[in-house]
Ligand binder design. Structure first.
Ligand code: ZN
Length: 380
């Protein structure tokens, strides 16, 4: 039975980031102590491995654990994790044939219920160091409480951060009945939803122009001020935030149809980039901006979010999707934003027509149609 469950489910992981805040029961001085002690210990382990060339966790543990336990005020699990971490550092750098640098400001690995615990009220207890408040998205705090396993304590700019890894099993082995298709246009994404009979249930256009505005704005800023670094970092942060916004809209729509078994289909990444460059052919400035659009990041975030919710994601071949009429399957004519079919007299938004064809499965679906097989098409 266990094997069967394993076959149809997939383990997905995700890292959530929180800032820590002091409370009555936990002060940063205490974390400072833990952090410096653990980093000192890691440096010690680093010397031991460097000179003894012993990479066995059990050996090091047998030799030194009791001694370290008596001189350091650290939870047992933290000591064990420090040994693990340094051994990993050596193993990773040995493949590149050099010694790892001396550990400094290394995050501390924590394991739930052994070295820390998250509570329902959004606080975290780090064993031996008191209780702190988690600052972050309330939904993420709830997820960390429900699914949190391991975590890393990170010190940056005098503040403390907790990166919690959450995992859960999702079932991606279902037959999708509803299909969502996305078609990227110049300034918007067209989203179509089809039911099991391939009928259009709902559609929506999602504004995507803000991205170009961000790029244009920072381009001007860079022109005026010749300083690059800081501005550039802020720009990529803004692009990232925008990608998070748009993918959230798409995932929320997909979740509404999840009960029917839904799949999200997009066009192949390489083809998308090529097509976008073609779309902006007449505008060299925009063409440059579009060539740097992080579509890969967009797809990656979309796939991660959908998989986490247990929704299938698929890239399809977009060949002919913008040229074939979704209703009768014959070739139509595109005139600006309007798609006209000379056979069934359909007039529809061209992007919507393409989004419907992508939802159906792209070229893999269209190639079965008589018109594409080169068989007889109906007369006009
Ligand atoms: Zn038609």
């Amino acid at each position: 039975m266990q094997l069967l469950t394993w076959l149809i489910t997939m383990l997905v992981k995700k890292t959530l980031k929180f800032k820590l805040e002091e409370t009555k029961y936990g002060k940063f001085e205490c974390l400072d102590k833990l952090y410096t002690q653990a980093n000192n210990l890691m440096q010690k382990i680093w010397y031991i491995i460097k000179y003894s060339k012993v990479f066995s966790k059990t050996k090091i543990q047998n030799w030194f654990y009791d001694y370290w336990k008596s001189i350091y005020d650290l939870p047992s699990q933290v000591i064990i994790n420090c040994i693990d971490k340094v051994i990993e550092m050596f193993k990773a750098s040995y493949e590149q044939r050099h010694l790892p640098s001396k550990p400094e400001n290394i995050p501390i690995r924590l394991i739930r219920k052994r070295s820390y615990n998250i509570h329902e009220d959004g606080t975290v207890t780090i064993y031996g160091c008191g209780t702190y408040k988690l600052i972050g998205n309330p939904e993420h705090i709830k997820l960390a409480y429900l699914h949190g396993r391991g975590a890393e304590l990170i010190k940056r700019d005098k503040g403390y951060y907790l990166h919690v890894t959450i995992e859960k099993n999702v079932n991606l082995n279902y037959i999708p009945r509803y299909k969502i298709g996305l078609d990227f246009g110049k300034h918007e994404i067209m989203l179509s939803i089809l039911n099991e009979r391939n009928e259009l249930v709902w559609w929506r256009s999602i504004d995507f122009s803000k991205w170009i505005k961000i790029r244009k704005h920072y381009r001007e800023v860079r022109r005026h001020k010749q300083r690059k670094c800081k501005r550039f970092r802020k720009e990529s942060q803004e692009v990232r935030r925008f990608i998070e916004e748009v993918t959230k809209v798409i995932v929320d729509i997909a979740k509404d149809y999840q009960q029917f078994g839904v799949i999200v289909r997009v066009e192949d990444l390489k083809k998308l980039r090529k097509r976008m460059l073609k779309l902006f052919k007449k505008d060299p400035e925009l063409r440059y901006l579009v060539s740097t659009m992080p579509y890969r990041l967009f797809y990656k975030r979309l796939e991660e979010k959908l998989t986490w919710e247990g929704i299938k994601f698929e890239q399809v071949n977009p060949k002919y999707t913008s040229r074939v009429c979704h209703r009768c399957g014959n070739f139509g004519i595109r005139n600006g934003k309007v798609f006209k079919c000379p056979y069934c007299r359909l007039e529809i938004d061209a992007d919507l027509n393409a989004a419907i064809n992508i939802a159906k499965g792209g070229y893999d679906y269209l190639k079965q149609l008589p018109a594409l097989k080169g068989e007889a098409s109906p007369k006009i």
